[in-house]
Write a protein that binds this ligand. Structure first.
Ligand code: C2E
Ligand code: MG
Ligand code: MG
Ligand code: MG
Length: 288
């Protein structure tokens, strides 16, 4: 069917694309500046993760934030740009160092605390990443045992050799490996059983699903059970309400991350919280 104004369609489309490109170019310029100026507009926040039974804080996840045009941009808006431009490589090292520094403070309150950090595949292709990580841990006197690597499998169904080698190096320092966003559509059972995965993080999408039917809940329970049989622990992400908590607890998962317990916190707020919270006491009040 012939269009009356085909060129109009084209113009509307291209103007949208152009606007998006301009926005991205502008962001990229600022991201470059930020990296050049010692990552000045970046900071990490940490979301505490609780033990599913006791509710006590036992882990945390470091999440990147970028102050851009007077507001805090969400990682989903700019991490893809950092990846496309390869700026994620220097930025990833900086994030790791920030995470290690924060972890050093937190273990004063919770000695066996573990802090996880997210890694993009591109970072792993950089040979200098592992030596940098080892030296950074040494520099701050933090044990690898207090750190957890989070990887999403997203772009491949088998793990590239370079990633496997890097993971094994990191694990030799005591770090654990968590598979992030399990159940978001990309996950394969390879990652559960073939690779040296210690923790499975269930995507919050699945938590929404279990609200919908009993069958979905049974499915989730089966996943948790399979992980436990394979010797892996399970963290369920995105628990926001009391109803969700009740259902999620019912799966026998090990850890819970979600706004119901804690949101990602600015570091000063987190340190304050830890200084004023008796983690041992939390165990008692929850009856464990
Ligand atoms: P992720 O690694 O799966 O991180 C968890 C995300 O879920 C975080 O979003 C967190 O704020 C959010 N979240 C936690 N609990 C809840 C909840 O109860 N409800 C809802 N709706 N959301 C919850 P955030 O900070 O926006 O990060 C988004 C994604 O960006 C991360 O997903 C991760 O893939 C990526 N990202 C964040 N920081 C970094 C980083 O330092 N490096 C890399 N490579 N990626 C990062
Ligand atoms: Mg993560
Ligand atoms: Mg996740
Ligand atoms: Mg992710």
């Amino acid at each position: 069917e012939a269009k009356l104004f085909p060129e109009l369609d084209y113009m509307l489309f291209s103007r949208d694309v152009l606007r998006k490109r301009q926005k991205e170019a502008e962001m990229l310029l600022k991201l470059n500046e930020c990296v050049d100026r010692n990552f000045c507009d970046f900071h990490i926040v940490i979301q505490p993760i609780v033990d599913a039974q006791s509710g006590a804080i036992s882990k945390g996840e470091a999440l990147l934030r970028w102050v851009y045009k007077g507001r805090t941009a969400a990682p989903d808006e700019f991490i893809p740009l950092l990846e496309k431009s390869r700026l994620i490589i220097p930025t990833g090292k900086w994030i790791f160092e920030q995470a290690v520094k924060a972890c050093k403070v937190i273990v004063n309150y919770i000695p066996d605390f573990k802090l996880s950090f997210n890694v993009s595949y591109l970072q792993v292709t950089d040979e200098s990443l592992f030596p940098f990580m080892r030296e950074t841990l040494e520099k701050y006197g933090v044990s690898g045992k207090n750190m957890i690597i989070e990887l999403t499998e997203t772009h491949f169904d088998s793990m590239p050799e370079v990633m496997l080698r890097w993971l094994e190096n990191c694990k030799s320092l005591g770090m654990e490996f968590a598979l992030d966003d399990f159940g978001n559509g990309y996950s394969s059972l390879n990652f559960l059983f073939q690779y040296p995965t210690d923790i499975i993080k269930i995507d919050r999408g699945l938590v929404r699903e279990i609200q919908k039917s009993e069958k979905n809940l049974q499915f989730l329970k089966a996943i948790v059970c399979a992980c436990h049989h394979a010797g892996k622990s399970v963290c369920i992400e995105g628990v926001e309400t009391e109803q969700e908590l009740a259902v999620v607890r019912d799966t026998q998962c090990d850890y819970i991350q979600g706004y119901y317990f804690y949101s990602p916190e600015e570091l000063d707020d987190l340190y304050d919280l830890l200084a004023h919270t008796d983690t041992a006491n939390r165990l008692e009040t929850s009856g464990v």
